[in-house]
Design a protein around this ligand. Structure first.
Ligand code: ATP
Length: 355
């Protein structure tokens, strides 16, 4: 097994910077998710690591060894893509065996390695079937078995679960994580699904316009986003914009918002505060809006969206729509038009410098 280090990696397509000075340390045995909007450079980064495409500048090391000039087949990387392209006329076992056959391994070795890989993805009974006789999830497992049978040092996954429906996708997430843990392989996973990134990975990197805007463990990025973009791209956030006061910001109407201690920005500079919708408490406005216990704002409910175990309230306040998520515990629901008080702690409020 091996970690992967990319350092100052840049890749231009004409004038377009698909990757712009990206540095990431993918730890040995870790599960790393790359997130970002469409066109942000996720696939381009995977292609550089795999060796399908080459950077204009920067370095890539696998297991401490520079690989910029090492061709694809010698990088010892396993890959699974959304359109996993199994060979339709070959059995499941032959599909999995393909990489070993190309390498010229002995027949007995191939048979035992294929069996092991099929056992790992729990398809040992289906080795004789053709791909069209499998479900989408089973085909995805075959693609995974095919990627790992050659004992790669690194596993690259580009939206591997993107074609599966929600229920199957959740099953496969659990399965994929189990397999990754079992073989301990360094895994780099591209996904559009932020929940998938949060639940599966040890670390997340967020790309935007070819740049790495933030990276770290899922909880750290969720709790301490460094930009409005990171705050709203990973999860939902209410963003307040104003001027720094030293302990938070002052909104244009003079209302003060207190933020978590720690961030220091020059007083009077433009800045934002981000607050997660589930961190805000909502209650009928009883008239008292003292700020002794944290942040308080008055607003009016404009609508409620029911989502089973929780509801989202949309609250209008000084031309801004705020979102508040509450668990559906059976308490009285608030109706549209209701005047409310929103309260939340400074600890739940992240101060962000203006972009
Ligand atoms: N071979 C190429 N020639 C020209 N432009 C390219 C090429 N490959 C990628 N690009 C451009 O580089 C940018 C990054 O593309 P990339 O496929 O890495 O994005 P992505 O983050 O994987 O997007 P998606 O989530 O849509 O798959 C895009 O603007 C894309 O159009």
């Amino acid at each position: 097994m091996a970690g992967v280090q990319v350092s100052n990696l840049s890749r231009n397509f004409g004038a377009h910077k698909a990757l712009d000075d990206v540095s990431i340390d993918f730890a040995d045995g870790g599960f790393y998710a790359l997130l970002g909007p469409s066109g942000s450079g996720k696939t381009t980064l995977l292609r550089q690591i795999a060796g399908f495409d080459f950077p204009d500048s920067g370095r890539i090391a696998i297991g401490g060894e520079s690989v910029e000039r090492v061709p694809v087949e010698r990088r010892r990387i396993g890959m699974v893509f959304q359109n996993y392209a199994l060979f339709p006329n070959m059995s499941v076992a032959d599909n999995v065996a393909f990489g070993l056959s190309v390498r010229g391994e002995a027949k007995a070795t191939i048979a035992s390695e294929v069996q092991r890989a099929l056992d790992l993805v729990q398809l040992s009974k289906l080795g004789g079937r053709r791909p069209h006789q499998l479900s989408g999830g089973q085909r995805q497992r075959v693609a995974l078995a095919r990627a790992i049978v050659t004992k790669p040092r690194v596993l690259l996954l580009d939206e591997p679960l993107g074609a599966l429906d929600k229920a199957l996708r959740v099953d496969m997430q659990i399965e994929l994580k189990r397999i990754q843990r079992e073989i301990g392989i360094t895994t780099i996973f591209v996904t559009h699904d932020q929940e998938e990134a949060l639940t599966m990975s040890d670390r997340i990197g967020i790309l935007r316009d070819g740049r790495l805007v933030q990276e770290g463990p899922p909880e750290e990025i969720y709790d301490s986003p460094k930009s409005e973009f990171a705050a709203t791209f990973l999860g939902d956030a209410n963003i307040f914009r104003g001027e720094t006061t030293g302990v938070g910001i002052r909104l244009p109407d003079g209302t003060a918002i207190a933020a978590r201690a720690g961030a220091t920005l020059a007083a009077g500079a433009k800045a934002s505060c981000a607050v997660r919708p589930e961190r805000i408490r909502i209650a009928i406005d009883s008239g008292s809006a003292d700020q002794a216990n944290g942040n308080v704002l008055r607003g009016q409910v404009s609508k409620r969206i029911f989502a089973g175990n929780n509801s989202t309230y949309f609250v209008e306040r000084d031309g801004q729509t705020l979102k508040v998520i509450v668990q559906n515990t059976g308490a009285d629901r608030l109706a549209a038009g209701q005047e409310v008080l929103l309260r939340w702690s400074p600890k739940s409020t992240v101060l962000i410098a203006a972009n």
